[in-house]
Ligand binder design. Structure first.
Ligand code: 5GP
Ligand code: MN
Length: 337
């Protein structure tokens, strides 16, 4: 995004606008943190603002300020569609391609609004007039801070905005430990705390709110379902519909499970397979140079980042796992490096 772009956006935001903020399907902490951070910022600037998500998101994110205002397309398609139709501006946050917002994709594409994309995934699609994209940034929430800062309006960051952006940065950096966490990230987080962000509140709301079923599903995943393939430095967990049902699975319950195998010494590549009603949803994570974005793109119609990506298949759970395991020899050299 150039200085000229920023000047034009400043001009657009100088008078009251109808603004819609859209984020990716199955929104995560960064998707909701950045969207609600921007929501609270734009409301403060006296705009009419709506956040629209393709579908629902986990209970552990439903404390973020503005949560009660979010319109889920899967729940209220008409309200979501009208909001998009009538918007002057649409902000697209935390996704790089229109197919990542499901049924909202065609609606955003044909909406008359001016579109602004702010995102940190690789290879952004060029559907927006203004694009702020940086794959080196740890999170879209951090880019949101940069965006507000570029507008010269850091002084408007209040406790609500700070809590949203803090939660987004905290979750996408896996508590400030992944490699994209920079010194600048810590400086920004310091400023967010000065503006009122409550680190212990965010942590306890997001990580210390397991119910018993969820904790036992984690136990089951690690004890019964985790397979460790030492010869490839790889590991995976596959959860069937009955595993999920037995533990009263709710959206978000398996968040973070895919990271556990990476705590085994030597394991560099981890996958989580989940048998959902109409697809096998897969998450990939890696440590170091093994690029799961490439792996997911090539083999499981997915993508994401070099160390965190997702994908899906439409066969059975067994077929997905078999395919995964049969691909490993091809990647053995990279995985053993
Ligand atoms: P998760 O495993 O948490 O669902 O996703 C990890 C990362 O990969 C996130 O940044 C997410 O946006 C991205 N991702 C997940 N699923 C897909 C997918 O099907 N396609 C693409 N392009 N990215 C995905
Ligand atoms: Mn993100």
């Amino acid at each position: 995004m150039t200085n000229q772009d920023i000047a034009e956006i400043k001009e657009l935001l100088a008078s009251r606008k109808s603004i819609v903020i859209v984020t990716h399907k199955n929104p995560d902490g960064d998707a909701m943190g950045s969207s609600l951070g921007l929501y609270n910022f734009l409301v403060r600037k006296n705009h009419s603002v709506k956040v629209v998500t393709p579908n629902g998101y986990p209970a552990f994110l439903q404390w973020l300020p503005g949560d009660d205002k979010v319109i889920e397309h899967s729940e209220s398609p008409e309200r979501a569609e009208n909001a998009l139709k009538n918007a002057d501006l649409i902000f697209c946050l935390d996704f790089n391609a229109l197919r990542r917002i499901d049924k909202l994709g065609p609606l955003v594409k044909k909406a008359k609004a001016i579109k602004i994309l702010i995102d940190h995934h690789l290879q952004p699609e060029k559907f927006a007039k203004y694009i702020m994209s940086d794959k080196k940034s740890c999170s879209t929430s951090q880019l949101l801070y940069d965006f507000i800062s570029a507008l010269g309006e850091k002084n408007l960051i209040n406790k609500k905005i700070a809590n949203c952006l803090y939660a987004g940065i905290m979750t996408d950096t896996l508590n400030f430990k992944i490699a994209t966490t920079s010194a600048n990230t810590h400086r920004i987080v310091g400023e967010l705390m000065d503006a009122g962000a409550q680190n212990t509140l965010a942590y306890s709301k997001i990580f210390d709110t397991y119910n018993e079923d969820r904790m036992r599903l984690l136990g089951h995943s690690l004890v019964k379902e985790m397979k460790v393939l030492k010869e490839y430095n790889a590991s995976f967990i596959a959860l069937s519909r009955s595993d999920l049902k037995k533990h009263n699975f709710q959206k978000g319950d398996t968040e973070g499970f895919v990271n556990y195998p990476l705590s085994i010494e030597g394991i560099k590549f981890s996958a989580l397979f989940m048998e959902m009603p109409d697809e096998i949803k897969i998450s990939f994570r890696s440590k170091g140079n093994f690029d799961v974005n490439k792996f997911a793109r090539k083999n499981f119609s997915g993508g994401g980042h070099a160390n965190a990506a997702g994908g899906e298949t439409h066969g059975s759970l067994d077929e997905a796992v078999t395919k995964f395991v049969s691909l490993l020899p091809e990647y053995k050299d990279q995985l053993l490096k």
